[in-house]
Design a protein around this ligand. Structure first.
Ligand code: ADP
Length: 398
């Protein structure tokens, strides 16, 4: 029996999954997440029935590297699989730049080219690539395949890719790319299942996790998105400011003496919910806090989300659907309600009971905009791409 493995390695977490490759498609076998890498890592895995099959904690694990944890994970996967064999490993790679969008077998030149994009995604790309290297050492003969988070936005209308700068910069790759594409691809497929003719029509998908963005989709295709050249733009996030007057960045450097590295740390790691609250980047922790700063951070998160959603509507020419996904989008009824209230003028009417229950459709019957909650599954998208790539390679090498 053949198995596809997927890895989504971030700065403080590694998500993974194993899928059996059957004659009629893929079957999820097991998967999970290592969280809190760098402080007290914990590993949780579940099987296809959702039963917990592995729980491991490293309370004193602040020094454990990603490589060490991947080695442990790989050893567990080998045990879990028995005589079944991993035939390929798919990775989420956050930035593919202008040149890479279709899923691709990772070789040395590709690795080098992706390395050059690290400055455009310093929070993610180094960890994505470190996982590729670690897996190469652990399983040298296993094909590894890159699936890009920028790919879903590759066919954005040309104007949506432009930054309002001199043309020469665009020609040098300074353009809007967009991210969270694997998640949006999953949402687009699910919308297609729900509404085969129109894939939900003119839809805004809101991926609200630690990283947060929105994608304007028309019939399942990205026509605009809130993240741009890097994953810093758009919504306020756990530790990222989101859209910010560029004059602030100049001021920090020229008037306050901050170095480029310090500004990078500020923009990627210590702003957003964490910066405004001074308490936490985690939405649950902020809800639980009574500090006025926590409430203000939440209110600013909602305000920015509403503004960004509103700014996407002209790209769609109206709004038929709104989808919430990722940690906050899938679970946080309060945030969903507040964002929907901010969009009531656009025809969004929420059903409070359905919303509290995290139902699949949370808008009222009368709502002009159909509001859905769709749990995302980036791992499934990666596994499908890997399967398609290895089967097309097999058929061309026949
Ligand atoms: P990542 O971008 O790291 O994949 P997630 O999609 O897991 O992040 O989202 C993390 C965010 O989701 C955190 O702010 C967390 O507090 C929030 N979250 C997760 N579960 C819940 C929940 N049940 N209620 C409210 N917020 C939640």
């Amino acid at each position: 029996m053949k198995v596809i493995a997927t890895l989504n390695a971030g700065s403080s977490s590694i998500k993974f999954a194993l899928y059996e490759l059957l004659a009629d498609g893929l079957r999820f076998d097991a998967g999970g997440k290592i969280e809190e890498i760098g402080t007290a890592p914990r590993l949780r895995a579940r099987d296809a029935q959702g039963e917990a099959i592995l729980e491991r904690d490293w309370p004193q694990g602040s020094v454990l590297s990603h490589e060490h944890l991947l080695e442990d994970l790989f050893a567990w996967a080998a045990k879990q699989l028995g005589d079944r064999e991993i035939v390929a490993i798919g990775h989420r790679i956050v930035h593919g730049g202008s040149d890479f969008y279709a899923p691709r077998l990772i070789d040395d030149p590709l690795l080098e080219a992706l390395e050059a994009l690290v400055p455009l995604a310093p929070l993610h790309q180094p960890h994505n690539l470190a996982a590729v290297r670690a897996l190469r050492a652990l399983a040298p003969n296993r094909p590894q395949i890159a699936c890009f988070d920028t790919a879903f936005h590759h066919h954005l209308p040309p104007l949506a890719t432009r930054l309002p700068l001199a043309r020469t910069f665009h020609d040098q790759g300074l353009r809007r790319y967009g991210f969270h594409g694997l998640s949006y691809e999953y949402i687009a497929r699910r919308l297609l299942d729900a509404d085969p003719q129109h894939a939900g029509g003119r839809v805004i998908a809101a991926h609200l996790g630690n990283g947060a963005s929105m994608c304007a989709m028309r019939e399942g295709k990205s026509v605009d998105t809130t993240m741009g050249f890097t994953a810093l733009d758009g919504l306020m996030m756990g530790t990222r400011a989101g859209a910010l007057d560029p004059g602030v960045v100049l001021h920090l450097q020229t008037q306050m003496g901050m170095s480029p590295n310090e500004v990078e740390t500020l923009l990627y790691r210590t702003s957003g919910l964490l910066g405004v609250s001074g308490i936490s980047s985690d939405m649950r922790t902020l809800h639980a806090s009574e500090a006025p700063e926590a409430a203000e951070a939440i209110s600013l998160f909602v305000r920015q989300a509403v503004r960004q959603a509103a700014a996407l509507i002209p790209s769609l020419g109206g709004l038929d659907g709104l989808v919430f996904t990722a940690g906050i989008g899938e679970n946080d009824a309060v945030i969903r309600a507040r964002i929907c209230e901010g969009l009531s003028w656009a025809g969004v009417a929420l059903d409070p009971e359905a919303n509290s229950a995290n139902a699949a459709v949370i808008s009222t019957q009368e709502s002009k905009v159909r509001v859905r909650v769709i749990p995302t599954d980036e791992e499934a998208v990666i596994a499908h791409h890997v399967t398609d790539l290895i089967s097309s390679e097999r058929s061309t090498s026949k």
